[in-house]
Design a protein. Structure first.
Lengths: 252, 252
DNA sequence: GAGTGGTCTAGACCACAGA
DNA sequence: CTGTGGTCTAGACCACTCG
């Protein structure tokens, strides 16, 4: 990892950040200054910083400077968030709010609800039309301490959700899952498919990440006890901000 | 995504690859040729190709050329691989072999077994010394169709494994999990923590990936019915080659 | 207006693979 | 030996932010 100059510069800066030379939010020296300091061209420093940026170790304020990002990742515990004990302990608050409060973050969210044409893969899984407005979309955007952290889009077939509280912004105590249960479509099983990819333009814009960073795409399907898919949720999160946890039983 | 020239070049090449202009393994035009074709400098083409490479869409044979990579991702179904029905259906073969055969891949693996000092995090979870050779490491390396795809290192406390079949390369029918069960340490629960990071040098070398690609690190802990950790396995896989699937029940 | 990072060019040298 | 991609430099212009 230490052959090329930009790799060496990157390694030195990583080390400086890992040690306590820089605090979260502190500005690094300018590229020109770093170039002089390390005795290399600015393009070389720029390439090194691009690496750090794509790792999530620094972020850039265009026209201002490069700043250090040193925050512990957020844990998304997929299994625990659906357990009764935990739900009861934390009352009506969502799973994410619970997780983040435990880490000392303050959570904010915005929700938009509309009827829409579902993406092809969602239409296929839900067994609805991919050409008409066949689903209700609940589009939520989350910030933690003023920092964007997650995009969550839930798709529910119109046949289930039309005219119900699911079409309102506030779904009430217990949220979307409880409303589905009220309507006779309680989810019994969850299937999640995880992939990692580059962000789309709108995702990168909301999450304030560079286009060479990566996001998790979690394709989450809620199924009833009869194995009927009743809800698809797609989660998009920057990989450097999150760790995922799953727990499951081994069939004896 | 289409402002800068290198992004436009990258977008055009992505599109050419996604359509059927190139087959898997086919060589792209040289950077010089692409630069002439698109009317930009070679450095710009190089930057675009670097993006595609980091996405796993192309790979480079140093001194030869840039080649297209178009293979469907491998699905790692964490839950299904531990279910009895599936295990019985496929006999003594491992979970991975089963998954890959279904996708038409031919699987090869190498196994090394040794006693070693565990990494700090592993020592902590297993409750063993992080200074002495307190674990047996089963280091496996997997290829599918001659392509490296996965690094799997399992750590078992010496207190459990010393002198048993676990210390031999061939663990026999049912593999490591069955031997743990034989020894009275049957795993009842699995916890997996997923993160995404840059590869270490040795990981990049084995997996034949560039140092700006990403790998999943899956920190997998096997626990007995009494919640005692008996095995830690760390999986390292390139993100562009794999999708992860988890399925779990919702507590009613 | 001054300073920042983002991008691009032209040109150069290198290590590597293969004929 | 030739052709490939990997890297680096010097210099330039740009859009952006902020005082």
């Amino acid at each position: 990892m230490a052959e090329s100059q930009y790799n060496e510069v990157a390694a030195k800066l990583r080390e400086a950040i890992r040690s306590d030379a820089y605090q979260h939010g502190e500005m690094l020296p300018t590229e020109a200054r770093l170039a002089a300091e390390f005795g290399v061209n600015r393009a070389t420093v720029n390439k090194a910083l691009r690496m750090l940026r794509s790792e999530g170790l620094v972020y850039v304020h265009r026209g201002v400077g490069t700043f250090v990002h040193r925050l512990p990742p957020i844990l998304r515990d997929a299994t625990a968030r659906h357990q009764r004990e935990r739900r009861e302990r934390h009352g009506s608050r969502g799973a994410l709010a619970t997780e983040l409060t435990e880490l000392g973050y303050e959570l904010e969210s915005m929700t938009e609800v509309r009827r829409a044409v579902p993406p092809p893969r969602v239409a296929e899984v839900l067994g609805v039309s991919g050409e008409e407005k066949s689903v209700v979309v609940r589009a939520r955007r989350f910030h933690a301490n003023q920092m964007p952290i997650q995009i969550v889009d839930s798709y529910i077939p119109l046949a289930i959700a039309a005219g119900t509280r699911i079409e309102q912004v506030d779904t009430g105590v217990g949220g979307l899952s409880s409303r589905l249960a009220d309507l006779g479509h309680a989810q019994a099983e969850i299937e999640e498919n995880v992939t990692v990819r580059l962000p789309a333009d709108d995702e990168a814009a909301f999450l304030q990440i560079a286009d060479d960073q990566r996001v998790y795409e979690i394709f989450h399907v809620g199924l009833t006890a009869e194995d009927v898919p009743v809800k698809v949720t797609i989660y998009i999160m920057p990989v450097h901000q999150w760790a995922l946890r799953y727990r499951y039983s081994v069939d004896p």
